[in-house]
Ligand binder design. Structure first.
Ligand SMILES: Cc1cc2nc3c(=O)[nH]c(=O)nc-3n(C[C@H](O)[C@H](O)[C@H](O)COP(=O)(O)OP(=O)(O)OC[C@H]3O[C@@H](n4cnc5c(N)ncnc54)[C@H](O)[C@@H]3O)c2cc1C
Length: 388
């Protein structure tokens, strides 16, 4: 008999799970609270750990056609603009990792997954806010805000950083990092310095960093500015506003300051993660994606972890629905150590990027020493096929 899976949340993680599970024959319903499917925001970097999965699902060609294959990953000091290190993302890299590193607009990735999930038979519903999931006997009962109830064999809680369903497992709250992100995507011909950018470039500086890369076949430039907010330190409720943005980058090289002119200034994203938790299972419900393991974004792997989760749950569909509890425990057991390591390493990576004084000097010296194939030893744990 077909197994029935209900997914709470239709972000990248929820629709990717719908695709992976439907392709394996499950009957999947995704319940998304928003009135439409879509992704707010700008670009995403997808490392080889994500691109290999998109290849397995048969959506890679379409997604990458909407993105860009950057030539290098380049780190520069934000104050001097000096190049510190670069990782060539070409043929050697792709051979080593069995996949490419690419960048794509989040809405392009999301819409490709939505289309593929629907084509695979998944039922994707909007305007459907999940308020509760209860395990009853051999199944789950999912309650929506309008009172409607659905039943299934199992449920996935993929309702994001501010997850409602996580409260069934943990009393923890999102942890503010004190950093705010400004983003912006603009047609490349509207940005004077952008035409030659063919890399992912990260300027790292004291309490701030700035990321640039092209999108949509090079037609757009994507930029992200992240900085530590004095308003957060003062305990203000509304912290990270535009008045803080220019001050945060005042010490940076003119190249970086000029680039900050090309950001959306009417909205910004306070950066939160959570303390890692290891138990993601409540009866027949499993938390996945940001609901289970929301990282700070420094390793560019939050969305990729959600893709890995989707593949993992599809790999564990039991032949008999009675065996779902064992399957959920198995997914939890393989995914939690990896995701929690990415979360804690991401926090450290952010600290390294944002050093000032002697720490910055030592960091820069270390980065200058890391070049060529030898650099893979630092990233194999994250990107190699054996890592997930
Ligand atoms: C600035 C920034 C840059 C980033 N860059 C990268 C990157 O380069 N690479 C990368 O891999 N990751 C990156 N990430 C992380 C990535 O965006 C997230 O990890 C990823 O989007 C998580 O997907 P998700 O589906 O688990 O959660 P979400 O995207 O948060 O989706 C959750 C969905 O659930 C819905 N929902 C919420 N509550 C309910 C409810 N009660 N009922 C029903 N639906 C509900 C929401 O509307 C939403 O659609 C970045 C994040 C940030 C903030």
């Amino acid at each position: 008999m077909t197994t029935k899976v209900i997914v709470a949340g239709g972000g990248i993680g929820g629709v990717a799970s719908a695709l992976a599970l439907s392709k394996r024959g499950a009957e999947v319903t995704v319940l998304e609270s928003a009135p439409e499917f879509g992704e707010v925001g700008a670009g995403l970097q997808i490392g080889p750990h994500g691109s290999r999965i998109l290849q397995e699902w048969g959506v890679f060609d379409e997604v990458v056609a909407r993105g860009v294959l950057p030539k290098n990953l380049v780190f520069r000091d934000a104050i001097t603009a000096e190049e510190l290190t670069r990782l060539d993302l070409g043929a050697d890299f792709q051979r080593h990792y069995g996949g490419v590193y690419f960048v794509v607009h989040r809405s392009d990735l999301h819409s490709a997954l939505v289309t593929a999930a629907r084509a695979a038979g998944a039922d994707l519903r909007t305007d459907s806010r999940v308020v509760d999931v209860v395990t009853e006997g051999d199944g789950v009962r999912v309650t929506l805000a309008d009172g409607e109830e659905l039943t299934g064999d199992v449920a996935l809680g993929m309702d994001g950083l501010k997850s409602t369903l996580r409260a069934k497992l943990s009393e923890d709250e999102p942890v503010g990092s004190g950093y705010a992100a400004y983003r912006g995507t603009f047609p490349i011909d509207q940005v004077p310095f952008a035409a030659d950018i063919e890399d992912v470039i990260g300027y790292i500086g004291p309490g701030c960093h700035f990321i640039q890369y092209p999108l949509r076949g090079g037609a757009m430039l994507n930029q992200v500015a992240v900085f530590h907010s004095p308003g957060y330190e003062r305990g203000e409720v509304e912290w990270g506003g535009p008045s803080e943005l220019d001050d945060a980058f005042a010490r940076c090289h003119p190249t970086v300051r000029a680039a900050t002119e090309h950001l959306w200034r009417d909205r910004w994203w306070p950066m939160y993660d959570r303390e890692p938790i290891s138990d993601w299972v409540d009866g027949r419900m499993l938390l996945l994606g940001d609901a289970a393991h929301p990282p700070l974004q420094y390793l560019a792997s939050g969305a990729v972890m959600a893709l890995e989760d989707a593949r993992s749950i599809a790999d564990h569909i039991p032949a008999d629905a009675a065996d779902w509890p064992t399957a959920l425990a198995a997914v939890n057991a393989v995914r939690a150590p990896r995701c929690n390591r990415i979360m804690s390493t991401g926090r450290m990576w952010g600290e390294l990027w944002h050093l000032d004084g002697a720490g910055r000097v030592a960091r820069n010296e270390l980065f200058r020493l890391v070049r060529g194939d030898g650099a893979y030893k630092y990233t194999d744990w994250l990107w190699s096929p054996q890592s997930a």
